[in-house]
Design a protein around this ligand. Structure first.
Ligand SMILES: [Zn+2]
Length: 453
């Protein structure tokens, strides 16, 4: 459905009236029809200083605020992982990422697009008109009792600016088992949290809910009379019992800078929201050796890849080996709909993959075709797949030697790590994830070239 500027008023009137309560001027009560009728601003008008003011004004119109409210509300209500606003040749595409799948809702014409983009940027306290660089921002949305931080990431593309809004809910479950950890692993993580010092690294793609895992870990150290400091992006609502230090990613007060200052405040536990830059990761590892328990998120497709990244980033092995306590490598994948789930014969590809991975099991596995319950998608929510690597003397020795990825992998498995594809196999047999998800996990695993046992 294409939404054009001249029809925006009617489009909004046809929508159910359901405003989102938001902390920063998002609430809007009515649509100013006249304002919409006149507000025709071409992209070229943004070139002149008067044009800039006009764009700012247009972005603040109640109708635009209401439309953005509707976009956010749809995302929250439907349990989307994120909202995508992608400029194309014919306008701005609005899509929700639901159960891992991108689903297009509407396309806005260019004039609506300009205002929507500017309004979203203003909510995140970014300049509404700056479109030539990648930026990040944050704001908080309230929907009834729910409080949800919305992270905005902007990236210029060929037709304008691509925006991704991802939700990060506060007050949700921080129970590790509820997040998807198996009971023995949740207990093992709990034991890691009892260590007086060390480095715990949670890695995975941006949408893998690493924040949730870190919050679950933080919950295990709360109320123990420890000084807990969390270095997190500005705008996130504070967590109880935590001394929260807000930072602006990419500025002088970045994670690494803040970490340097925080160490002067004698914390016992430090959560570093993002250690995807080597400088932050290395400083965090050094802090761990100084007697701090450091919990952080970063890059890496597998636990061993994360260790290899830390080594490749220039961390001295004499720092990494003694500091590292453990790594969680997680991914979120679609759960299949249990209303239309059915058992399927194991494909030749999957048989070959299982054989190559040294797995004896050949099924049963499941797929879901789609039904009314799941909106014909065959999917119902998402589940976490993970592997948990706990450091031991052999792993420390391998890191000291600067071992290869393959050797690290063998040592990790010998030390008890169950690779993530085993977790996928477990969930595929139970009919929680599909046979195709298992195929993907096995393909990732086999690319590393090490058997599962
Ligand atoms: Zn279904």
């Amino acid at each position: 459905m294409l939404v054009v500027a001249s029809q925006l008023a009617r489009f909004l009137d046809d929508l159910p009236d359901d405003p989102v309560e938001e902390e920063r001027e998002l609430t809007s009560t009515h649509v100013d029809l006249d304002a919409l009728a006149y507000s025709v601003i071409g992209e070229s008008s943004a070139e002149s200083p008067e044009g800039l003011d006009a764009v700012r004004e247009a972005a603040e119109q109640p109708a635009v605020a209401r439309l953005v409210s509707k976009i956010l509300l749809d995302g929250l209500r439907e349990g989307a992982d994120g909202i995508h606003l992608q400029p194309r040749a014919d306008g701005l595409l609005f899509a929700l990422r639901l159960h891992g799948e991108l689903r297009t809702r509407w396309v806005f014409d260019k004039r609506v697009a300009l205002r929507v983009t500017a309004h979203v940027r203003m909510l995140a306290q970014l300049d509404p008109l700056c479109r030539d660089q990648a930026e990040e921002g944050l704001f908080v949305v309230r929907l009834g009792a729910r409080r949800c931080a919305v992270r905005l990431s902007s990236l210029p593309n060929a037709f304008g600016e691509s925006l991704v809004l991802s939700f990060r809910e506060r007050g949700g479950s921080i129970d590790l088992e509820a997040l998807g950890f198996l009971e023995p692993d949740a207990k093992a993580i709990g034991r890691l949290m009892m260590h007086p010092f060390g480095y715990v690294f949670v890695v995975g793609p941006a949408d893998s809910a690493r924040d949730g895992t870190l919050a679950g870990m933080l919950d295990r150290v709360r109320d123990r009379g420890l000084h807990v400091v969390a270095i997190e992006a500005r705008g996130l609502p504070p967590s109880a019992g935590v001394n929260q230090i807000p930072v602006e990613p990419g500025t002088d007060m970045d994670y690494a800078d803040a970490l340097g200052h925080v160490l002067q405040h004698d914390p016992d536990v430090i959560l570093v929201g993002n250690s995807s830059r080597p400088a932050t990761a290395i400083l965090g590892l050094q802090a761990a050796l100084m007697g701090k328990l450091v919990l952080t998120a970063g890059v890496g497709s597998t636990a061993v890849e994360a260790i290899a990244w830390l080594m490749d980033a220039g961390t001295p092995t004499y720092v990494l080996a003694p500091a590292l306590l453990g790594v969680v490598a997680q991914r979120r994948v679609p759960a299949i709909c249990d209303s239309c789930r059915r058992q399927i014969p194991t494909s030749r590809l999957l048989e070959q993959q299982l054989e190559a991975a040294g797995v004896q099991i050949r099924g049963p596995f499941f797929e879901a075709k789609g039904c009314k319950t799941c909106g014909e998608s065959g999917r119902k929510g998402q589940v976490m797949l993970y592997e948990l690597l706990l450091s031991d003397a052999r792993l420390r020795g391998a890191i000291h030697r600067g071992a290869s990825r393959e050797e690290l992998q063998r040592v990790a498995i010998a030390g008890g790590m169950k690779p993530r594809c085993q977790h996928a196999l477990h969930l595929a047999q139970q009919g929680v994830v599909s046979a195709s998800t298992l195929e993907q996990e096995l393909a990732l695993w086999l690319a590393v070239g090490v058997p599962t046992s």
